[in-house]
Design a binder for this molecule. Sequence first.
Ligand SMILES: [Zn+2]
Length: 314
Amino acid sequence: MKKFLLSVLLVVAVTLSVVPAAASSNTAKPYATLSSTSVDPGETLCVKLRGTEDASGVRVENPFGFNVRFTKAGKNLLIGFLPVSYHTAAGTYTVSVLGDRLRDGGAVFTVQVSDKQFDLQELIVDEQVAGSTIFNDAASKEFRQKIWPLKEIYDDEKYFDGPFRRPMDGEYTVTTPFGFLRTVNGKPNPRHDGIDWSAGTGTPVYAAQNGRVLFADFVQLTGNTIVVEHGCGLKSWYEHLSEINVEAGAMVKTGDLIGKVGATGFATGPHLHFSASINGVYINPLTLTDSSFLAFGSAAKTSRKEQPVTSPRP
Ligand SMILES: [Zn+2]
């Protein structure tokens, strides 16, 4: 009995001496955080890995069907975007960031997606304009062939540095907000994947952030179109331009003149269509321009008032 007690005490002593050491080595491990646990559809989450610059073996299990990849965003900081498409139903979802090298083997987050409603816009458009663009098979095919493959591009380098700037100087009326449901001449049409600002032909359009120009050319559907990769799969899109002042492959800096407002492609009047996407998932571009979402480490939130919706224009 004495011998048994002694061995029990020995085990307890050994366990006690081991636990603190194990705990401290666990807390020294890298760990994951999530930018928010509540999100509107059409916004994005950001997974951050702190205390490491190596994401090998880390996986993000999520119900949004998105393959999260990590990029260095600072010393001992990796980021990976997790967009929540505007098609996502309201509800409670689980996001798990797992990896043997992470503290506690990872973290599990419960994410609440809101039931944000997007309005319906019923557009009546000149049949000739619609027939040569959105109701035109050749235009759709060209868009699928030339533009869709760009959505897969992911530059490992983070070119963007802080929040985006708006792509035009001054204030412009929003003619179609992001995410609106649409019918065109009575037929259902895809969601509006960006924001439309009414502006005069020739209004300068600037790069919203540093990046690599993936595409700068005319396509039938969206007219003169520029797509910029800002790193981490984050892209900005500028459509219906009258002029393009940049070439594919060029590196641009925030505020560089890249084009001018026009009415090319599916447009009934001069306006800028400005979109943002994380790979193939479109997100609210105003979150990038008008909030501190991309200001890593900054808690200050700036807000600019959304302008009223007036006459519809694609
Ligand atoms: Zn538009």
